[in-house]
Design a protein. Sequence first.
Length: 227
Amino acid sequence: MLYILDTADTEKIRRYTYYFPIAGVTTNPTIISKEKRDFLPLIKEIKGIVGDSRMFHIQTTSQDADKIIEEAKALREIIGEKLYIKVPISQEGLRATWMLKERGFNVTETAIFTQQQAMLAATAGADFVAPYVNRLDNIVSDGVNVVSEIVQMFKLNDIKTKVLAASFKTVEQVHKIAMVGCQSVTVNPDVLDQLIYHPMTMLAIDDFEADWKTVYGNKSILDLIKE
C-alpha cells in the first residue's frame, strides 16, 4: 500500500514525511487555495520537501486538452520527473491523458465516481485513477465496493494502472480499501494520525516505561551500556 499525503500545508508535509512512510503528496485546486499563498513559491517549497524520491501530484486548472498539455509542460520544468499531472475525468481529460502519455508524463485521472470512468481513464493510459470513497458514500453509494470492482476489473483485464483511493473521513474506510486490494490511498493529516492511534497502544507504552523505571530508574539502554 502506498500512503500519499493529501495536503498543501508545508509544515504538515515536513512533519508527516519525517515520521511516516509517505510515498508522495497530492494536491488539487481546492487544497492549494486553502493555503492562501502565491502558487509558484508554494509548489516549489513542497517540491523541496518531498525531494526527488517522492511523487508530487498537481492538478491542472485548464479544462481544454491542449491547455492542459501547456500547463503540464510548465509544471514539469519546475517539479521534474516525479510530477504526476492530475486530470479530472471528462472528454477533454481523456484526450489530455493519452496526449500527456505520448509526451512522457505521469498522469493521475481524478474525480472518479464510476467503474467505467476508471476503465476509460486506464485505457487512455493513466498511471493512477482516483475514486472518491467518502463522496460516494455521501450520495448513498458504496465507495469501498466501487473501488473493489475497479481493482478487480483491472486485474481481469491485465491493466497496470493503480487505484489511488481518495476522499476519506474514517480509519474504517481506509482499512476496507486495503482489504479489497487497493494499491494506494491519499489521506489528509487528520486521518493519517488516526491510522496510527489506539488507546491500548498508548497504555502499553506507558506500562513499558513504568516497568523499566521500577528497576533502572531514568537510565536508558545507552546509559547502561556506557556505564
